[in-house]
Ligand binder design. Structure first.
Ligand code: NAD
Length: 470
Protein backbone atom coordinates (compact mmCIF):
# COMPACT_ATOMS: atom_id res chain seq x y z
CA UNK A 1 0.00 0.00 0.00
CA UNK A 2 1.32 3.38 -1.00
CA UNK A 3 0.91 5.34 2.23
CA UNK A 4 3.70 6.34 4.58
CA UNK A 5 2.19 5.87 8.05
CA UNK A 6 3.87 7.80 10.88
CA UNK A 7 3.68 7.92 14.65
CA UNK A 8 2.34 11.14 16.18
CA UNK A 9 4.53 12.50 18.96
CA UNK A 10 4.28 16.07 20.23
CA UNK A 11 2.41 17.23 17.14
CA UNK A 12 5.04 15.79 14.78
CA UNK A 13 4.51 12.91 12.35
CA UNK A 14 7.62 10.81 12.93
CA UNK A 15 9.07 7.53 11.72
CA UNK A 16 9.27 4.65 14.14
CA UNK A 17 12.58 3.37 15.48
CA UNK A 18 11.79 0.38 13.24
CA UNK A 19 8.76 -0.92 11.38
CA UNK A 20 6.70 -4.07 10.95
CA UNK A 21 4.29 -5.67 8.49
CA UNK A 22 0.53 -5.29 8.75
CA UNK A 23 -1.31 -8.29 7.31
CA UNK A 24 -4.61 -8.23 5.44
CA UNK A 25 -6.55 -11.09 7.08
CA UNK A 26 -8.43 -11.76 3.84
CA UNK A 27 -5.17 -12.77 2.14
CA UNK A 28 -2.87 -13.61 5.06
CA UNK A 29 -0.27 -11.39 3.34
CA UNK A 30 1.34 -8.11 4.42
CA UNK A 31 -0.08 -5.05 2.67
CA UNK A 32 1.42 -2.13 4.59
CA UNK A 33 4.20 -1.14 6.96
CA UNK A 34 3.60 0.22 10.44
CA UNK A 35 6.13 2.41 12.27
CA UNK A 36 7.20 0.81 15.55
CA UNK A 37 8.08 2.99 18.52
CA UNK A 38 10.92 2.19 20.89
CA UNK A 39 10.97 3.01 24.60
CA UNK A 40 12.60 6.39 24.00
CA UNK A 41 9.71 7.37 21.71
CA UNK A 42 7.21 6.17 24.29
CA UNK A 43 8.94 8.44 26.83
CA UNK A 44 8.83 11.34 24.36
CA UNK A 45 5.10 10.81 23.78
CA UNK A 46 4.38 10.72 27.51
CA UNK A 47 6.55 13.80 28.12
CA UNK A 48 4.73 15.64 25.33
CA UNK A 49 1.33 14.75 26.79
CA UNK A 50 2.51 15.84 30.25
CA UNK A 51 3.84 19.17 28.95
CA UNK A 52 0.66 19.88 26.96
CA UNK A 53 -1.67 19.07 29.85
CA UNK A 54 -1.80 22.36 31.86
CA UNK A 55 -2.60 24.53 28.85
CA UNK A 56 -5.12 22.04 27.43
CA UNK A 57 -6.86 21.68 30.78
CA UNK A 58 -7.07 25.49 31.02
CA UNK A 59 -8.42 25.86 27.46
CA UNK A 60 -12.10 26.91 27.61
CA UNK A 61 -14.32 23.87 27.17
CA UNK A 62 -16.11 25.47 24.20
CA UNK A 63 -12.77 25.64 22.37
CA UNK A 64 -12.04 22.00 23.16
CA UNK A 65 -15.56 21.11 21.96
CA UNK A 66 -14.96 22.99 18.69
CA UNK A 67 -11.80 20.95 18.09
CA UNK A 68 -13.67 17.69 18.78
CA UNK A 69 -16.24 18.78 16.21
CA UNK A 70 -13.42 19.41 13.73
CA UNK A 71 -12.14 15.87 14.34
CA UNK A 72 -15.63 14.44 13.72
CA UNK A 73 -16.09 16.50 10.56
CA UNK A 74 -12.65 15.54 9.22
CA UNK A 75 -13.38 11.87 9.84
CA UNK A 76 -16.76 12.19 8.17
CA UNK A 77 -15.22 13.86 5.12
CA UNK A 78 -12.82 10.95 4.65
CA UNK A 79 -15.18 8.19 5.83
CA UNK A 80 -14.83 6.06 2.68
CA UNK A 81 -11.02 6.10 2.92
CA UNK A 82 -11.14 5.13 6.61
CA UNK A 83 -13.67 2.35 5.94
CA UNK A 84 -11.60 0.89 3.13
CA UNK A 85 -8.44 0.88 5.27
CA UNK A 86 -10.38 -0.62 8.17
CA UNK A 87 -11.57 -3.48 5.97
CA UNK A 88 -8.03 -4.11 4.77
CA UNK A 89 -6.47 -4.24 8.22
CA UNK A 90 -9.36 -5.65 10.25
CA UNK A 91 -11.30 -7.75 7.73
CA UNK A 92 -14.87 -6.62 8.36
CA UNK A 93 -17.17 -6.12 5.34
CA UNK A 94 -17.06 -2.57 3.93
CA UNK A 95 -20.60 -1.79 5.03
CA UNK A 96 -19.76 -2.72 8.64
CA UNK A 97 -16.51 -0.74 8.38
CA UNK A 98 -18.48 2.29 7.24
CA UNK A 99 -20.83 1.75 10.18
CA UNK A 100 -17.84 1.82 12.53
CA UNK A 101 -16.47 5.05 11.01
CA UNK A 102 -19.82 6.83 11.15
CA UNK A 103 -20.35 5.49 14.69
CA UNK A 104 -17.12 7.28 15.61
CA UNK A 105 -18.55 10.62 14.53
CA UNK A 106 -21.64 10.01 16.72
CA UNK A 107 -19.43 9.26 19.71
CA UNK A 108 -17.20 12.30 19.18
CA UNK A 109 -20.24 14.56 18.81
CA UNK A 110 -21.97 13.10 21.87
CA UNK A 111 -18.90 13.98 23.97
CA UNK A 112 -18.47 17.32 22.20
CA UNK A 113 -21.83 18.24 23.76
CA UNK A 114 -21.21 16.88 27.27
CA UNK A 115 -20.22 19.22 30.08
CA UNK A 116 -19.01 18.57 33.58
CA UNK A 117 -21.39 20.38 35.91
CA UNK A 118 -20.50 21.47 39.41
CA UNK A 119 -22.94 19.85 41.86
CA UNK A 120 -24.22 21.52 45.00
CA UNK A 121 -24.58 18.71 47.52
CA UNK A 122 -25.81 20.93 50.36
CA UNK A 123 -26.72 24.61 50.73
CA UNK A 124 -28.34 25.20 54.10
CA UNK A 125 -27.68 26.94 57.41
CA UNK A 126 -24.60 28.70 56.04
CA UNK A 127 -23.03 25.41 54.94
CA UNK A 128 -22.34 25.00 51.24
CA UNK A 129 -20.92 21.74 49.94
CA UNK A 130 -19.98 21.46 46.30
CA UNK A 131 -18.55 18.65 44.25
CA UNK A 132 -16.52 19.74 41.26
CA UNK A 133 -14.46 17.71 38.84
CA UNK A 134 -11.05 18.25 37.31
CA UNK A 135 -9.19 16.34 34.57
CA UNK A 136 -6.82 13.58 35.64
CA UNK A 137 -3.82 14.49 33.47
CA UNK A 138 -2.18 12.07 31.04
CA UNK A 139 -4.36 9.22 29.79
CA UNK A 140 -2.97 6.07 28.18
CA UNK A 141 -5.61 4.57 25.86
CA UNK A 142 -4.97 0.98 24.81
CA UNK A 143 -7.22 -0.65 22.23
CA UNK A 144 -7.85 -4.12 20.76
CA UNK A 145 -8.15 -5.27 17.14
CA UNK A 146 -11.86 -5.90 16.74
CA UNK A 147 -13.09 -2.27 16.59
CA UNK A 148 -9.88 -0.26 16.47
CA UNK A 149 -11.53 3.05 15.65
CA UNK A 150 -14.71 3.08 17.67
CA UNK A 151 -13.06 1.77 20.84
CA UNK A 152 -10.48 4.54 20.52
CA UNK A 153 -13.24 7.17 20.18
CA UNK A 154 -14.92 5.90 23.36
CA UNK A 155 -11.75 7.18 25.05
CA UNK A 156 -10.81 10.18 22.87
CA UNK A 157 -14.20 11.91 23.28
CA UNK A 158 -14.39 11.94 27.10
CA UNK A 159 -10.63 12.39 27.64
CA UNK A 160 -10.37 15.48 25.44
CA UNK A 161 -13.61 17.23 26.40
CA UNK A 162 -12.66 17.01 30.09
CA UNK A 163 -9.18 18.45 29.45
CA UNK A 164 -6.90 15.41 29.59
CA UNK A 165 -4.08 14.72 27.16
CA UNK A 166 -3.50 11.29 25.63
CA UNK A 167 -1.22 8.62 24.32
CA UNK A 168 -3.06 6.03 22.21
CA UNK A 169 -1.59 2.60 21.58
CA UNK A 170 -3.51 0.46 19.09
CA UNK A 171 -3.29 -3.33 18.79
CA UNK A 172 -0.32 -4.49 16.67
CA UNK A 173 -2.51 -6.14 14.03
CA UNK A 174 -4.80 -3.10 13.44
CA UNK A 175 -2.72 0.06 13.92
CA UNK A 176 -3.31 1.81 10.59
CA UNK A 177 -6.72 3.44 11.00
CA UNK A 178 -5.50 4.86 14.32
CA UNK A 179 -2.47 6.32 12.51
CA UNK A 180 -4.73 7.76 9.79
CA UNK A 181 -6.82 9.39 12.52
CA UNK A 182 -3.59 10.78 14.00
CA UNK A 183 -3.01 12.55 10.67
CA UNK A 184 -6.30 14.40 11.17
CA UNK A 185 -5.56 15.13 14.81
CA UNK A 186 -2.13 16.54 13.96
CA UNK A 187 -3.74 19.41 12.05
CA UNK A 188 -6.52 20.06 14.57
CA UNK A 189 -5.24 19.57 18.12
CA UNK A 190 -2.38 21.45 19.84
CA UNK A 191 0.96 19.60 19.89
CA UNK A 192 1.20 16.96 22.60
CA UNK A 193 -2.53 16.73 23.35
CA UNK A 194 -2.95 13.55 21.30
CA UNK A 195 -0.06 11.17 20.63
CA UNK A 196 -0.03 7.75 18.95
CA UNK A 197 2.65 5.11 19.34
CA UNK A 198 2.61 1.59 17.87
CA UNK A 199 4.24 -1.61 19.03
CA UNK A 200 4.13 -5.37 18.68
CA UNK A 201 2.95 -5.91 22.26
CA UNK A 202 6.20 -4.72 23.89
CA UNK A 203 5.15 -1.26 25.03
CA UNK A 204 1.77 -1.85 26.69
CA UNK A 205 3.16 -2.68 30.10
CA UNK A 206 5.73 0.15 29.92
CA UNK A 207 2.97 2.60 29.11
CA UNK A 208 0.67 1.45 31.91
CA UNK A 209 3.53 1.43 34.41
CA UNK A 210 4.92 4.80 33.32
CA UNK A 211 5.15 7.18 36.30
CA UNK A 212 3.87 10.12 34.23
CA UNK A 213 0.68 8.34 33.15
CA UNK A 214 -2.28 9.16 35.42
CA UNK A 215 -5.04 7.03 33.96
CA UNK A 216 -5.28 3.91 31.85
CA UNK A 217 -8.30 3.35 29.62
CA UNK A 218 -7.99 -0.22 28.42
CA UNK A 219 -10.13 -2.37 26.14
CA UNK A 220 -8.97 -5.89 25.48
CA UNK A 221 -8.91 -9.39 26.91
CA UNK A 222 -9.50 -10.19 30.56
CA UNK A 223 -6.03 -11.73 30.80
CA UNK A 224 -4.29 -8.53 29.70
CA UNK A 225 -6.73 -6.43 31.72
CA UNK A 226 -5.55 -8.16 34.90
CA UNK A 227 -1.95 -7.21 34.06
CA UNK A 228 -3.03 -3.62 33.45
CA UNK A 229 -4.78 -3.50 36.81
CA UNK A 230 -1.72 -4.93 38.56
CA UNK A 231 0.55 -2.38 36.94
CA UNK A 232 -1.81 0.47 37.88
CA UNK A 233 -1.71 -0.65 41.51
CA UNK A 234 1.84 0.58 42.11
CA UNK A 235 0.74 4.23 41.86
CA UNK A 236 -3.00 3.71 42.49
CA UNK A 237 -3.63 4.97 38.97
CA UNK A 238 -7.16 5.46 37.76
CA UNK A 239 -8.15 2.65 35.43
CA UNK A 240 -11.09 1.74 33.22
CA UNK A 241 -11.17 -1.84 31.98
CA UNK A 242 -13.49 -3.05 29.21
CA UNK A 243 -12.74 -6.76 28.94
CA UNK A 244 -14.03 -10.02 27.53
CA UNK A 245 -17.50 -11.52 27.60
CA UNK A 246 -19.41 -14.73 27.00
CA UNK A 247 -22.86 -13.32 26.36
CA UNK A 248 -25.89 -15.58 26.54
CA UNK A 249 -29.04 -15.05 24.47
CA UNK A 250 -32.07 -16.53 26.20
CA UNK A 251 -34.96 -17.22 23.87
CA UNK A 252 -38.33 -17.54 25.63
CA UNK A 253 -40.92 -20.09 24.52
CA UNK A 254 -43.40 -17.56 23.11
CA UNK A 255 -41.39 -16.41 20.07
CA UNK A 256 -41.51 -17.25 16.39
CA UNK A 257 -38.26 -19.24 16.07
CA UNK A 258 -37.81 -18.17 12.44
CA UNK A 259 -37.90 -14.47 13.26
CA UNK A 260 -35.57 -14.77 16.24
CA UNK A 261 -33.11 -17.12 14.48
CA UNK A 262 -32.21 -14.38 12.00
CA UNK A 263 -31.68 -11.81 14.76
CA UNK A 264 -29.57 -14.18 16.83
CA UNK A 265 -27.54 -15.09 13.77
CA UNK A 266 -26.79 -11.40 13.19
CA UNK A 267 -25.94 -10.91 16.87
CA UNK A 268 -23.49 -13.80 16.76
CA UNK A 269 -21.90 -13.31 13.34
CA UNK A 270 -21.52 -9.55 12.81
CA UNK A 271 -17.80 -8.70 12.57
CA UNK A 272 -17.26 -12.47 12.24
CA UNK A 273 -18.29 -12.85 15.88
CA UNK A 274 -15.40 -10.70 17.06
CA UNK A 275 -17.45 -8.40 19.27
CA UNK A 276 -17.08 -8.28 23.03
CA UNK A 277 -20.90 -8.34 23.26
CA UNK A 278 -21.56 -10.76 20.41
CA UNK A 279 -24.06 -13.50 21.22
CA UNK A 280 -21.70 -16.31 22.19
CA UNK A 281 -24.19 -18.95 23.37
CA UNK A 282 -27.90 -19.24 22.57
CA UNK A 283 -30.31 -20.95 24.97
CA UNK A 284 -33.50 -22.11 23.29
CA UNK A 285 -36.48 -23.89 24.93
CA UNK A 286 -37.14 -27.48 23.94
CA UNK A 287 -40.56 -26.73 22.35
CA UNK A 288 -38.90 -24.73 19.55
CA UNK A 289 -35.31 -26.06 19.73
CA UNK A 290 -35.34 -28.20 16.58
CA UNK A 291 -37.11 -25.59 14.48
CA UNK A 292 -34.74 -22.86 15.70
CA UNK A 293 -31.64 -24.95 14.99
CA UNK A 294 -32.85 -25.81 11.51
CA UNK A 295 -33.57 -22.16 10.67
CA UNK A 296 -30.33 -20.70 12.04
CA UNK A 297 -28.34 -23.42 10.25
CA UNK A 298 -30.14 -22.57 7.00
CA UNK A 299 -29.24 -18.88 7.43
CA UNK A 300 -25.62 -19.79 8.22
CA UNK A 301 -25.33 -22.06 5.20
CA UNK A 302 -26.60 -19.30 2.91
CA UNK A 303 -24.37 -16.54 4.33
CA UNK A 304 -21.56 -15.31 2.09
CA UNK A 305 -18.12 -15.57 3.70
CA UNK A 306 -15.49 -13.72 1.68
CA UNK A 307 -13.05 -10.83 1.54
CA UNK A 308 -14.77 -7.90 3.27
CA UNK A 309 -13.91 -5.60 0.37
CA UNK A 310 -16.10 -7.66 -2.01
CA UNK A 311 -19.64 -6.45 -2.36
CA UNK A 312 -22.18 -8.82 -0.84
CA UNK A 313 -19.82 -10.31 1.77
CA UNK A 314 -21.65 -10.92 5.04
CA UNK A 315 -18.90 -12.57 7.06
CA UNK A 316 -15.28 -11.52 6.67
CA UNK A 317 -12.14 -13.30 7.88
CA UNK A 318 -10.97 -13.72 11.47
CA UNK A 319 -8.69 -10.78 12.17
CA UNK A 320 -5.40 -12.55 12.84
CA UNK A 321 -3.70 -15.92 12.68
CA UNK A 322 -3.52 -16.39 16.45
CA UNK A 323 -7.28 -15.90 16.83
CA UNK A 324 -7.94 -18.08 13.75
CA UNK A 325 -5.98 -20.92 15.36
CA UNK A 326 -7.78 -20.48 18.67
CA UNK A 327 -11.22 -20.66 17.01
CA UNK A 328 -10.13 -23.76 15.05
CA UNK A 329 -9.12 -25.45 18.27
CA UNK A 330 -12.53 -24.70 19.83
CA UNK A 331 -14.22 -26.00 16.68
CA UNK A 332 -12.37 -29.30 16.84
CA UNK A 333 -13.46 -29.74 20.45
CA UNK A 334 -17.08 -28.80 19.60
CA UNK A 335 -17.22 -31.18 16.64
CA UNK A 336 -16.28 -34.05 18.96
CA UNK A 337 -18.90 -33.24 21.61
CA UNK A 338 -21.83 -31.84 19.61
CA UNK A 339 -23.41 -31.81 16.16
CA UNK A 340 -22.18 -29.27 13.63
CA UNK A 341 -25.14 -28.06 11.56
CA UNK A 342 -23.35 -25.47 9.42
CA UNK A 343 -19.74 -24.48 8.74
CA UNK A 344 -17.29 -26.21 11.04
CA UNK A 345 -14.14 -26.02 8.93
CA UNK A 346 -11.95 -23.18 7.68
CA UNK A 347 -12.36 -22.33 4.00
CA UNK A 348 -9.75 -23.86 1.75
CA UNK A 349 -8.16 -20.60 0.61
CA UNK A 350 -5.63 -18.01 1.72
CA UNK A 351 -6.65 -15.77 4.60
CA UNK A 352 -8.25 -16.61 7.92
CA UNK A 353 -11.76 -17.61 6.90
CA UNK A 354 -14.14 -19.66 9.01
CA UNK A 355 -17.72 -19.76 7.67
CA UNK A 356 -20.56 -19.18 10.16
CA UNK A 357 -20.74 -22.30 12.26
CA UNK A 358 -23.73 -23.58 14.25
CA UNK A 359 -23.29 -26.39 16.77
CA UNK A 360 -26.18 -28.09 18.61
CA UNK A 361 -26.42 -30.54 21.51
CA UNK A 362 -23.16 -29.52 23.19
CA UNK A 363 -22.80 -30.26 26.88
CA UNK A 364 -22.74 -27.16 29.10
CA UNK A 365 -19.12 -27.78 30.07
CA UNK A 366 -17.85 -27.82 26.45
CA UNK A 367 -15.11 -25.28 25.80
CA UNK A 368 -17.22 -23.51 23.17
CA UNK A 369 -19.88 -22.86 25.82
CA UNK A 370 -17.58 -21.91 28.68
CA UNK A 371 -14.91 -19.85 26.88
CA UNK A 372 -15.08 -16.67 24.83
CA UNK A 373 -14.76 -17.97 21.24
CA UNK A 374 -14.49 -14.52 19.58
CA UNK A 375 -15.27 -15.98 16.17
CA UNK A 376 -18.24 -16.86 13.89
CA UNK A 377 -19.22 -19.94 15.84
CA UNK A 378 -22.41 -20.31 17.89
CA UNK A 379 -23.44 -23.13 20.21
CA UNK A 380 -27.24 -23.54 20.48
CA UNK A 381 -28.20 -25.10 23.82
CA UNK A 382 -31.51 -26.56 24.98
CA UNK A 383 -33.38 -25.71 28.19
CA UNK A 384 -36.67 -26.57 29.86
CA UNK A 385 -36.79 -24.44 32.97
CA UNK A 386 -36.32 -20.67 33.25
CA UNK A 387 -34.53 -20.80 36.63
CA UNK A 388 -32.15 -23.38 35.24
CA UNK A 389 -31.34 -21.31 32.16
CA UNK A 390 -30.79 -18.13 34.18
CA UNK A 391 -28.36 -20.06 36.41
CA UNK A 392 -26.54 -21.41 33.33
CA UNK A 393 -26.32 -17.94 31.79
CA UNK A 394 -24.92 -16.54 35.05
CA UNK A 395 -22.49 -19.39 35.58
CA UNK A 396 -19.53 -17.49 34.13
CA UNK A 397 -16.61 -15.40 35.31
CA UNK A 398 -17.64 -12.92 32.62
CA UNK A 399 -20.50 -10.44 32.95
CA UNK A 400 -20.48 -8.17 29.93
CA UNK A 401 -23.77 -8.34 28.01
CA UNK A 402 -26.61 -10.64 27.06
CA UNK A 403 -30.07 -10.67 25.58
CA UNK A 404 -33.55 -12.03 26.17
CA UNK A 405 -36.02 -12.64 23.35
CA UNK A 406 -39.78 -12.69 23.94
CA UNK A 407 -43.09 -11.54 22.44
CA UNK A 408 -43.83 -10.12 25.88
CA UNK A 409 -41.40 -7.26 26.62
CA UNK A 410 -42.39 -7.13 30.32
CA UNK A 411 -41.69 -10.85 30.72
CA UNK A 412 -38.41 -10.49 28.82
CA UNK A 413 -37.44 -7.57 31.05
CA UNK A 414 -38.06 -9.60 34.22
CA UNK A 415 -35.73 -12.33 32.96
CA UNK A 416 -33.18 -9.70 31.83
CA UNK A 417 -33.06 -8.25 35.36
CA UNK A 418 -31.86 -11.62 36.64
CA UNK A 419 -28.82 -11.76 34.32
CA UNK A 420 -25.65 -10.64 36.10
CA UNK A 421 -24.01 -8.59 33.36
CA UNK A 422 -23.44 -4.88 32.71
CA UNK A 423 -26.04 -4.71 29.92
CA UNK A 424 -28.91 -6.98 28.92
CA UNK A 425 -30.88 -6.23 25.79
CA UNK A 426 -34.47 -7.33 25.24
CA UNK A 427 -35.34 -8.21 21.64
CA UNK A 428 -32.24 -6.47 20.26
CA UNK A 429 -28.48 -6.75 20.39
CA UNK A 430 -25.47 -4.42 20.23
CA UNK A 431 -27.64 -1.38 20.96
CA UNK A 432 -24.66 0.56 22.26
CA UNK A 433 -25.36 4.28 22.48
CA UNK A 434 -22.86 7.07 23.22
CA UNK A 435 -25.25 8.43 25.86
CA UNK A 436 -25.84 5.15 27.71
CA UNK A 437 -23.08 3.85 29.99
CA UNK A 438 -21.53 0.53 29.05
CA UNK A 439 -19.74 -1.63 31.60
CA UNK A 440 -18.97 -5.18 32.63
CA UNK A 441 -19.61 -6.98 35.90
CA UNK A 442 -17.32 -9.66 37.38
CA UNK A 443 -14.20 -10.20 35.25
CA UNK A 444 -15.62 -8.33 32.26
CA UNK A 445 -14.42 -4.99 33.49
CA UNK A 446 -14.16 -2.13 35.89
CA UNK A 447 -15.67 1.31 35.49
CA UNK A 448 -17.76 2.47 32.55
CA UNK A 449 -17.42 3.92 29.09
CA UNK A 450 -19.93 6.25 27.40
CA UNK A 451 -22.65 8.36 28.95
CA UNK A 452 -22.18 10.57 31.99
CA UNK A 453 -20.55 7.71 33.91
CA UNK A 454 -18.04 7.30 31.07
CA UNK A 455 -17.26 11.02 31.16
CA UNK A 456 -16.74 11.04 34.92
CA UNK A 457 -14.12 8.30 34.60
CA UNK A 458 -11.79 10.94 33.13
CA UNK A 459 -12.14 13.31 36.06
CA UNK A 460 -11.31 13.53 39.74
CA UNK A 461 -14.19 14.58 41.99
CA UNK A 462 -13.33 17.08 44.72
CA UNK A 463 -15.52 18.18 47.60
CA UNK A 464 -15.35 21.75 48.87
CA UNK A 465 -17.24 22.07 52.14
CA UNK A 466 -17.57 25.68 53.36
CA UNK A 467 -19.20 27.43 56.32
CA UNK A 468 -19.28 31.08 57.40
CA UNK A 469 -16.36 32.11 59.60
CA UNK A 470 -17.82 32.51 63.08
P1 NAD B 1 -5.46 -8.09 24.08
O1 NAD B 1 -5.72 -8.04 25.54
O2 NAD B 1 -4.58 -9.16 23.56
O3 NAD B 1 -4.82 -6.73 23.56
C1 NAD B 1 -5.44 -5.48 23.79
C2 NAD B 1 -4.37 -4.40 23.78
O4 NAD B 1 -3.51 -4.56 24.90
C3 NAD B 1 -3.45 -4.39 22.56
O5 NAD B 1 -3.25 -3.05 22.16
C4 NAD B 1 -2.17 -5.00 23.11
O6 NAD B 1 -1.02 -4.60 22.39
C5 NAD B 1 -2.16 -4.43 24.50
N1 NAD B 1 -1.31 -5.16 25.47
C6 NAD B 1 -0.77 -6.38 25.35
N2 NAD B 1 -0.08 -6.70 26.47
C7 NAD B 1 -0.22 -5.65 27.32
C8 NAD B 1 0.23 -5.38 28.65
N3 NAD B 1 0.93 -6.26 29.34
N4 NAD B 1 -0.12 -4.21 29.20
C9 NAD B 1 -0.86 -3.32 28.53
N5 NAD B 1 -1.32 -3.51 27.28
C10 NAD B 1 -1.01 -4.67 26.67
O7 NAD B 1 -6.91 -8.12 23.42
P2 NAD B 1 -7.29 -8.37 21.90
O8 NAD B 1 -7.03 -9.82 21.61
O9 NAD B 1 -6.65 -7.32 21.05
O10 NAD B 1 -8.86 -8.08 21.90
C11 NAD B 1 -9.84 -9.04 22.07
C12 NAD B 1 -10.42 -8.99 23.47
O11 NAD B 1 -10.92 -7.67 23.75
C13 NAD B 1 -11.61 -9.90 23.67
O12 NAD B 1 -11.50 -10.58 24.90
C14 NAD B 1 -12.80 -8.96 23.70
O13 NAD B 1 -13.94 -9.46 24.37
C15 NAD B 1 -12.21 -7.78 24.36
N6 NAD B 1 -13.00 -6.58 24.06
C16 NAD B 1 -13.73 -6.00 25.06
C17 NAD B 1 -14.54 -4.90 24.80
C18 NAD B 1 -15.35 -4.23 25.87
O14 NAD B 1 -15.78 -3.10 25.65
N7 NAD B 1 -15.57 -4.85 27.01
C19 NAD B 1 -14.59 -4.40 23.50
C20 NAD B 1 -13.85 -5.02 22.51
C21 NAD B 1 -13.05 -6.11 22.81
Amino acid sequence: MDHDFKLLINGQAVDGASSFDVVNPATGKPFAQCPKADEAQLDQAVAAARAAFPKWAATPVEERAAMIEKLAAALEARAAEFASLLTQEQGKPTEQAMGEVIGCTFILRAFRDRRIEEKVLRDEGGNKVIEHRTPLGVVAAITPWNFPLILMMNKVGPALITGNTMIVKPAPTTPLTTLLFAELAKDILPAGVFNVICDQNELGSKLTGHPEVDKIAFTGSTGTGKKVMASAAAMVKRVTLELGGNDAAIVLDDVDPKLVAQKIFDGAMTNAGQICVAIKRAYVPSNIYDEFCEEIARIANEAITDDGSKQGTQVGPIQNKMQFDKVRELLDDAAEKGTVLAGGKPLDRDGYFIPPTIVRDLPEDARLVQEEQFGPVLPVLKYDDIDDVVARANNSDFGLGGSVWSKDVAKGTEVAKRIDTGTVWVNQFLAIDPNIPFRGTKQSGLGAELGEAGLNEYTQAHIVNAVELA
